[in-house]
Ligand binder design. Sequence first.
Ligand code: NIG
Ligand code: FE
Length: 411
Amino acid sequence: MEKLLLTHASELVTASGRRALRGREMREIGVIPDGAVLIEDGLIAAVGPTERIAPLAGQCETLDCSGRTVLPGFVDSHTHFIFAGHRAEEFSWRLQGESYMSIMERGGGIGATVGPTRAASEEELEREGAKRLASMLRFGVTTAEGKSGYGLDLDTELRQLAVMERLSGSQPVEVVSTFLGAHAVPEEYKGRTDEYVEFMIRQVLPRVKEQGIARFCDVFCEKSVFSVEQSRRLLTAAREMGFALKLHADEMVTLGGASLAAELGAVSADHLLHADERGIRDLAQSGTVATLLPATAFCLREPYADARRMIDSGCAVAVASDYNPGSCYTNSVPLLFALCCLYMHMSVEETITALTLNGAAALGLADRIGSIEPGKQADIAVIDCPSRHYLPYHTGVNLVERVIKKGKIVL
Ligand code: NIG
Ligand code: FE
């Protein structure tokens, strides 16, 4: 049996649970002083104070975590990390006052990443993707979701998903794939959005299903992109084919995406900067996780999602990066902690839950990852600071020292 023992963590944060925590529950993260974790064959075997756990271990490799905080590995449940080309000039146009949507409407935005991504070889997409995953790992991320959506044609969408499938097996970060063919309407379907939705439903979704390369189907439900009706049509078809659902909802305007996600039983509704009272109520009364992406609001200089109201209304809130070449070219976890705690009025404990257990729940994986408790996969981050309070306090600084994935030290 392969064993690894972590001892003497000044704080061991367990974040225990096998489902998303909602509302007030999000504060209950479980902190064990002088904590230890015993790992056997990639799974967590025992958790508790060092004096109780160490004697159970016998002779085995031991990692002394004195002065360190030990947390579940972070789950980045919303990214678009497979793409080619960059859009640095768009960032500068936005600095000069132009909006994300107006850049998109004049041919920039998502459409500007489609050309380079279609032209990129599978090897190139894989090489760049691997680098980005390595960067996520350095921030303590042990599982990441990734979306297609920069092909907007059959071949490239399948290629993006195939690349993610391969990457999931070839480096430490586990990748969960989402089909986002309805990310934008490509040039060749301009003015024919309904036909494009039909093309996705009849030609592309069935191929994705057949190849078994995506767990989720997502849509960018937004004014001038895909309407609530078009999103409902596509997601309903996807659900019938067996996909779990996600939705880019109420990002730029209040359109009703939050309510649609709740109505369809989506696993998560994401962004939600402009979710209104009704949308928040519908999410609170559903099993749909509200996934907030504060770095996007920050980079677009848009107002932050109303996390406080969502949590106080009883929603299950997750936080993720939205890492992509346009609206949010960052995968920085320390930035997320700073934004959540300083500007979204989330406590450190709520933010930890949002980035671990609730992130796992936003991927339908809360029974296997997202917390440090017996039976779960041993995905763990060792942080070089004496308590969780340093996560926002040592602002913007990456304190991750070691990462354990499936029981192996990978960083
Ligand atoms: O989540 N809003 C739509 N999609 C991404 C942006 C992707 C891009 O700009 O390339 C988002 O913000
Ligand atoms: Fe996104």
